[in-house]
Design a protein around this ligand. Structure first.
Ligand SMILES: [Zn+2]
Length: 182
């Protein structure tokens, strides 16, 4: 049994990004820069989210799709390979740079724009979660048509649905199909 990854602020931010798309909400895509920046402020990560602008929205969507593929990959090895692909792009390394008051600070590479540090932060959070709990804990909801990504933080690590709602919908559907057969 693997350890449960802690729900650190950067991981919550990753979840906020991932859950901005849900086929069961209307509209399905509710990603906005305002939403990400509000989450960043709540999580004390505003230094990474405040620089984001409306121009970054297409790249945020692309990042969300790339991260989703980590959860949707068919097996643990494929999840790891997909995650490493994203990491190689967004956080290939760390640079030390001087801040405004001449103190030195660590900065993830590369930094092509505001999405760079944001992407490095959320991808890094998934990497830490994978290192702690294993990629078995990454999955997509088994309830149709949901397919929302989830990070299994249950002790037993046998989660199949993204939320209670989907769990109940799936149980009701299974009951109906049993009743029809019986
Ligand atoms: Zn679901």
């Amino acid at each position: 049994m693997s350890a449960v990854p802690p729900l650190e602020p950067a991981l919550r931010l990753a979840v906020t990004l991932l859950h901005s798309y849900w086929v069961l909400q209307e509209p399905a895509d509710q990603l906005s820069v305002a939403r990400i920046r509000a989450a960043g402020r709540d999580l004390d990560l505003a230094e990474v989210t405040d620089p984001l602008g409306e121009d970054d929205l297409p790249r945020l969507r692309e990042l969300r799709e790339r991260l989703y593929q980590v959860f949707a990959a068919p097996d643990p090895a494929a999840r790891l390979a997909t995650l490493n692909g994203v990491l190689a792009e967004v956080s290939a390394g760390t640079a030390v740079e001087s801040g405004p008051d001449a103190t030195l600070r660590l900065t993830p590479l590369p930094r092509p724009g505001p999405v760079g540090p944001f992407a490095a932060l959320v991808a890094g959070a998934l990497a830490r979660a994978a290192a702690t709990g294993g990629t078995d804990r990454f999955g997509v909801c088994a309830a149709d048509p949901c397919r929302a990504p989830y990070l299994d933080r249950t002790r037993a690590g046998r989660q199949r649905y993204c939320c209670e709602l989907c769990n109940n919908r799936a149980a009701a559907a299974a009951y109906r199909s049993r009743s029809r057969r019986g």
